[in-house]
Ligand binder design. Structure first.
Ligand SMILES: [Zn+2]
Length: 207
C-alpha cells in the first residue's frame, strides 16, 4: 500500500482530488467537508480510491455522498464560502513603476526554467506595511503591497519579494501534525540562490 497524505484543502467549491506521485498518494478533500459525518468521509474515500484504481463505485457510497452534498446546508455553505472567496477584487499587475507580470516572467526565466504557471499578480489596494506580500492559494494570486511600487524601491528588492512568493508557489504549505511548516528546508535553500538576498533584506528593513 502506498503512503497516504491526506489534507483538507480550500478549493473554490466542493471538490476532492486524488493523485499518485512517486509512490505517494496525495488526497485533497474540500475543506467544506470538514466535520462531515464519518459515513460521508468513508464514502469519499471509497469514491476516490475507486477512481484511482478504476474500480466500480458502490451505489451506497455514491448515494450517501451525493445526498450529503446536495443537502440544503451544504449548498448554502458552498455558496457562502464562494461569495467570501470571490469578493476579493483582483486588480492590475501594472503599477506606476513596476509591472508584476513582467517581474514574475523575468524571474521565472532566470530561476525556474520558465516552468512556473503565473498566478494573478496584483498590487494590494492599501499601502499595507505589515504584510509585504503573500501568496493566496484560494485565488491563486500573489499580492504585493503597493508600498513597493515606488521609485525609491530598487528593482532587486521587488524581485526578491516576488521571488520569495514564487517559492511559496513552488513549495505549497504542508501540514505537519497541526503545525504549519511555511518555510521548509528546501524553501530556505532555494531562497539563498537569490543573488542580492542580503542587500534586499537590508533594504526591506529600512522601510
Ligand atoms: Zn514566506
Amino acid at each position: 500500500m502506498p503512503e497516504f497524505r491526506v489534507e483538507f484543502y480550500a478549493f473554490a467549491n466542493v471538490n476532492s482530488t486524488i493523485r499518485l506521485r512517486e509512490g505517494v498518494m496525495h488526497v485533497r478533500v474540500s475543506d467544506l467537508l470538514e466535520g462531515a459525518p464519518e459515513t460521508v468521509i468513508k464514502a469519499i474515500a471509497h469514491i476516490l480510491l475507486s477512481k484511482i484504481y478504476r474500480k466500480p463505485i458502490q451505489p451506497l457510497h455514491a448515494t450517501r455522498y451525493r445526498r450529503y452534498i446536495s443537502s440544503h446546508d451544504m449548498t448554502a455553505k458552498a455558496h457562502l464560502v464562494r461569495q467570501v472567496r470571490g469578493r476579493k477584487r483582483i486588480e492590475s499587475a501594472r503599477g506606476k513603476i513596476y509591472d508584476l507580470d513582467e517581474v514574475f516572467e523575468e524571474l521565472n526565466r532566470q530561476f525556474f526554467h520558465g516552468l512556473l504557471a503565473r498566478p494573478q499578480m496584483t498590487w494590494s489596494r492599501a499601502h499595507a506595511r505589515n504584510s509585504l506580500a503573500h501568496y493566496d492559494p484560494a485565488h491563486n494570486a500573489i499580492v504585493v503591497s503597493r508600498v513597493f511600487d515606488h521609485a525609491r524601491v530598487p528593482r532587486y528588492a521587488i524581485e526578491y519579494i516576488v521571488y520569495h512568493e514564487m517559492l511559496h508557489l513552488k513549495y505549497p504549505v504542508k501540514l505537519r501534525g497541526s503545525r504549519r511548516c511555511v518555510h521548509g528546508p528546501e524553501f530556505q535553500a532555494e531562497e539563498k540562490l537569490f543573488p542580492r538576498l542580503d542587500e534586499a533584506k537590508t533594504f526591506l528593513k529600512t522601510l
